[in-house]
Design a protein around this ligand. Structure first.
Ligand code: BMA
Length: 400
């Protein structure tokens, strides 16, 4: 097999000659993309995944730590380790990171991951042709508590209307803008990243969500944030909007800041034990993803399954039995499952070596639909066993 030819997710087009998610670096040599901003290039790459009906698989904090290893503490021998890679042979196509703690100018985030490590790992992910997305579990600046401190239902309103709170908010947002601007490759050139602030706002568990904020106050968080990012000349951020499960388009759009502020329409839907199990998950996730894909088509946005998972993967066939059918029925550019915490043994969303779901997870990652970093595109990946890998029809070689 010509491994150079098929290397890299998001490598130049194997499918019908489309520019299926080429690497960020390759955009610079392609006349169609050369003069675009890094954000526009990333949008093109994500759009081409949707067009080709592919979905990149993502994992939160993938190379920061795992169920059995403490990478964040820089344990020797863990550099580049990934539970996903240990099991599937590939890094995820998308890596997710969290910026909570940046607002305090901390050196580590709320889960103890150093911001310097995130920067390093995001660069490595970009270099291998993958994509990075960022969430922000910031502290509640009004109460001094964390994101989940909903004791002051006026918190967001105060940020909007109290000049002192507003000034603090602006400062905080500026720190995030400057951090994301540092996402540059080995040549110092910014690469596109996804930023997904103020997520799950249809629920009331975060200080910005549900009954803790009015739609107008919530939208202000976005519009003001965007104003500051523009002031900071950030040109590498693609914006993701991600309410928790919804029942209707109206509910989804209630807090939508407007087409000019958003590039990706996503949704976060988890499967919870004791909630009706698989059937409830399939119904709720199916409904929310249906809303997302339909709205994305009409608003010319990129659809995504921005967070999902079954904590502890108690169903060893969850990946092919639950998640894959949802992705087949609802074309999304990527799906992200949450973290494999090293300090909370029940809190994991991908199998690790020895877990009963490993075979199923491997089969999921090898499905034609799923994009992983470095996985052949459009080809049933049999490379591991040394089997011959077939060229996709209309395949064109990648020039390097
Ligand atoms: C949550 C949990 C928390 C974590 C937060 C940010 O859903 O995983 O333990 O602090 O995400 O990663």
């Amino acid at each position: 097999m010509n491994s150079k030819f098929i290397k890299g997710i998001l490598t130049t087009a194997l499918i019908t000659g489309a520019s299926l998610g080429m690497k960020a670096q390759d955009c610079d040599t392609n006349p169609r993309f050369r003069n675009q901003t890094p954000a526009a290039q990333l949008k093109s790459r994500l759009n081409s995944l949707v067009k080709a009906r592919k979905t990149a698989f993502g994992h939160h904090d993938d190379t920061a730590y795992g169920h059995e290893w403490t990478g964040v503490k820089f344990a020797p021998g863990t550099a580049g380790r990934s539970d996903v890679k240990d099991v599937s042979g590939y890094y995820p196509g998308v890596m997710s990171w969290d910026l909570g703690g940046l607002e305090l100018q901390d050196t580590v985030n709320l889960d103890g991951v150093p911001f310097s490590l995130i920067l390093r790992e995001a660069r490595a992910q970009n270099a291998r042709g993958g994509v990075n997305t960022f969430s922000w579990h910031l502290r509640n600046q009004v109460t001094g508590g964390d994101s989940w401190d909903v004791s002051d239902k006026q918190a967001v309103h105060k940020i909007r209307t109290d000049p002192e709170q507003l000034a603090r908010y602006q400062e905080t947002v500026r720190l995030v803008a400057r951090y994301l601007k540092q996402m540059t490759d080995e040549n110092g050139r910014p690469f596109g990243v996804i930023f997904r602030p103020w997520h799950e706002q249809t629920g009331s568990w975060f200080f910005w969500g549900g009954e803790n904020s009015s739609p107008e106050d919530y939208k202000f968080l976005w519009t003001e944030m965007r104003r500051i990012f523009d002031e900071e000349n950030v040109n590498n951020v693609v914006w993701a909007f991600s309410p928790d499960r919804v029942r209707s388009e109206e509910q989804y759009m209630l807090t939508y800041p407007g087409d000019e502020y958003v590039d990706i329409l996503g949704t976060d839907v988890y499967q919870f034990a004791g909630e009706g199990g698989d059937a409830t998950y399939r119904q709720d996730a199916g409904r929310s993803l249906g809303i997302v894909t339909s709205l994305a088509r009409r608003h010319n946005k990129i659809p995504a399954f921005t967070e999902t998972g079954l904590e502890g993967i108690s169903d060893p066939k969850w990946y092919t039995g639950q998640l894959l059918p949802l992705l087949n029925a609802n074309p999304v550019a990527y799906v992200v499952v949450w973290r494999n915490a090293e300090d909370n043994k029940k809190h994991y969303y991908t199998p690790f070596k020895g877990h009963p779901a490993t075979d199923d997870f491997k089969a999921f990652t090898e499905d034609d639909l799923i994009i992983m970093a470095g996985k052949p595109i459009g080809i049933k990946a049999k490379a591991k066993s040394g089997a011959r890998v077939k060229k996709a029809p209309n395949a064109k070689p990648v020039r390097r």
